[in-house]
Design a protein around this ligand. Structure first.
Ligand SMILES: C[S@@+](CC[C@H](N)C(=O)[O-])C[C@H]1O[C@@H](n2cnc3c(N)ncnc32)[C@H](O)[C@@H]1O
Length: 638
């Protein structure tokens, strides 16, 4: 049975980081056109990810050269499926599955999903590759706690089954996978005796297009001469190149005319960087005059992924699988007080609130005002009333109360229970506003978040606020003052105020994919991220009560921000212990030590037993996720 299934798997679904794809298949080999072999070599997608040389050396030492090259390759392409979290407080997973199936058929959201062509996506079918794939999938299954044949069947089903399927892992029943396909070969079109018309897009734009987006005007950098609305154009991407001063830049004047010759910007560098073709929505001149709108509508993509833009709002949320897992690992309970320390845009916050069935309090903070508004909007759209979002610098999340007067003032400034009662009165019975502290004192949520300049309670209105409110009356609510209210500031929280804290830390994001350039991160910048994360972790540890839980996560493959943070945490706070995680579908952490700066600086990682307790999602593994890391700590008596 395996042979047939594996062929299907290898044909229709990319499962391993190693590129098994026969490169020739990606090229335009149309003999009826005037394509030369070198042109066929040019118009394809086969990028190589650029790293800072010291970072590359450090990662090669951490992962080994082969494994790191697989990770690097995996990062340049999107995951082969989209992951959808269903808001089970609003609808059932089965209902959404049916709705999506209908939408796919009726609206043509995803063409070709069920018919991923084996010819187009065939991998080199030699036994070695098949063996490697099997080994990888088995590797992935082994790390599952219940690595039973039944689990293996589930994974096979997920990878080979219909276009939409339920996530097979226990505890993730509200998650759906929608498969994409690729890489596809593209027949780049030309008029007889003409060269191929082209556009160049920015790297960020190309990364979005690989995830299923269209090309919007701001992402467009250059275009061939004589392009009219409705023309078919090949789309390539300009990536950062070494600059004169030693840095990286895209040295390209926006709007430049492409001649189809070697004098074109990045002519050589754009070889193998073609992501598909599309139809222009403007003439050449119009494209660069417009300030917004779709410039090119993609018709043929190297990777086809479903676009769920504006679909089933509030009922579904498109989220990476490891992020969903992180919320589950926190194990939030109904009625608890949870802090999400770096919460925007609110993906994990809403997942946590849903797991709590909207009963309890999820305090979501972020330092950016606009991002806090995004959290509030998402919570409102999903009808989740237990989320309270505030603007706060997480590095200052622990509020220092020096004396009794301070406490009294804090009480006066804001009464969060007002907000809570107002927004979630139906849940009040389940919200313990005065849960006992370990030392017998009461945690008073009045003290948890004291919000400044709250015009609702009339206690304190600053001059700035009063000026702003006059402006609002004159000009209307504006982007940040919509129906979901305003983003309020918090002064921080008292020590031990929360049952559980999630620190989904800002990081180097070197696990996010697809990614077409990675050399902006240096050893120094990676170390700066790590220092920042430790300072945040110091705050998180103070805010969780003894007996509580801290979950730390990042979306980077950098061990310095992952295993080294866990080492720091365990060595610094003796009352912390690593806890087992549920669900567990990622791999173990890295053991030992990492060396940087030509071996001069060493950082400590994990012991074997510790490594088994953290969860590391490897982009080159068969699960085909972003790179992600999760550690869960139990907090003992402090
Ligand atoms: C990895 S993202 C969080 C993603 C989010 N947890 C989710 O799942 O949707 C990191 C966030 O940290 C925020 N951030 C960075 N530094 C911060 C600080 N000092 N205080 C609070 N938030 C911060 C950023 O604005 C960003 O939104």
């Amino acid at each position: 049975m395996r042979g047939r299934e594996w062929r299907r798997l290898r044909g229709g679904f990319r499962i391993s980081g190693r590129c098994h794809f026969s490169k020739n298949k990606l090229l335009n080999m149309d003999s009826s056109s005037s394509s030369s072999f070198s042109e066929a070599q040019r118009y394809c997608y086969n990028p190589t990810l650029r790293w800072n040389s010291e970072v590359e050396e450090y990662f090669i030492k951490a992962y080994g050269a082969d494994h790191f090259s697989q990770i690097s390759e995996a990062l340049t392409r999107p995951s082969c499926y989209s992951c959808i979290r269903v808001n089970i407080l609003k609808c059932t997973t089965d209902t959404i599955m049916e709705k999506l199936k209908r939408l796919i058929v009726e609206e043509g959201i995803v063409d070709d999903l069920d018919h991923m062509s084996l010819e187009e996506t065939a991998y080199e079918g030699d036994e070695n590759n098949e063996g490697l794939g099997k080994e990888k999938l088995n590797g992935f299954l082994k790390i599952s706690p219940k690595g039973t044949p039944e689990d293996e069947e589930k994974s096979m089903e997920m990878l080979t089954g219909p276009s939409i399927c339920k996530c097979p892992f226990s505890g993730l029943e509200n998650v759906l996978f929608v498969k994409g396909s690729g890489p596809h070969s593209i027949q780049y079109r030309r008029q007889p005796n003409e060269s191929i018309k082209e556009v160049i897009v920015s790297r960020k734009c190309a990364e979005a297009v690989l995830r299923g987006a269209q090309i919007f005007v701001p992402g467009l950098l250059a275009c061939s001469a004589h392009v009219e609305k409705g023309d078919v154009v090949a789309v390539s991407v300009a990536t950062e190149q070494p600059g004169a001063g030693g840095g990286w830049s895209v040295d390209l004047t926006r709007g430049i005319v492409l001649q189809g010759s070697q004098t074109d910007p990045q002519y050589l560098e754009r070889k193998c960087m073609y992501i598909g073709q599309g139809i222009t929505q403007f003439s050449r001149a119009g494209m660069f005059r417009a300030s917004k709108g779709i410039a090119v509508e993609m018709t043929d993509r190297v990777y086809k992924l479903p676009s769920f833009h504006n679909l089933l709002g509030g009922e579904i949320f498109l989220q990476n699988l490891p992020s969903i897992v992180a919320a589950h690992v926190l194990e939030p309970q109904e009625g608890e007080q949870i802090l999400d320390m770096c919460a925007a845009p609110g993906g994990k916050t809403t997942a946590i609130a849903m797991l709590m069935r909207d009963k309890g309090i999820v305090v979501a903070v972020d330092r950016s005002h606009n991002k806090v508004m995004d959290i509030k909007k998402m919570a409102a759209e999903m009808d989740l009333t237990c989320i309270k979002a505030y603007r706060l610098d997480a590095l200052k999340s622990v509020r220092q109360i020096s004396n009794a007067t301070d406490v009294a003032e804090t009480n006066l400034e804001h009464d969060i229970s007002d907000t809570t009662v107002g927004n979630s009165s139906s849940n009040l019975g389940n919200v313990d506003l005065h849960s006992p502290n370990m030392d017998g004192s009461k945690i008073d949520l009045k003290l948890i978040s004291n919000v400044l300049s709250s015009s609702s309670n009339g206690l304190y209105i600053s001059k700035t606020e009063s000026r702003k409110s006059t402006q609002r009356m004159r000009n209307g609510p504006g982007r940040n003052h919509s129906i979901v209210g305003r983003a309020e500031n918090s002064n921080g929280f008292l020590p031990n105020a929360f049952d559980r804290v999630l620190l989904d830390a800002p990081c180097s994001a070197l696990g996010l994919r697809p990614r077409l350039f990675a050399a902006e991160e240096t050893i120094e910048s990676l170390q700066a991220h790590a220092r920042y994360q430790r300072r945040m972790f110091d705050q998180a540890v103070q805010l969780v009560r003894p007996g509580g839980v801290v979950v730390y996560s990042t979306c980077t493959i950098n061990p310095g921000e992952n295993e080294a943070l866990v080492r720091y945490a365990l060595d610094t706070y003796k009352f912390l212990t690593l806890a087992p995680q549920k669900p567990r579908i990622g791999g173990p952490g890295l053991v030992g030590k990492g060396k940087m700066f030509c071996g001069k600086h060493a950082e400590a990682w994990l012991t074997q037993s510790e490594a088994e307790l953290v969860q590391r999602f490897d982009p080159s593994a068969s699960l085909d996720t972003i790179g992600f890391f999760i550690a869960k700590f139990n907090v003992g008596p402090k």
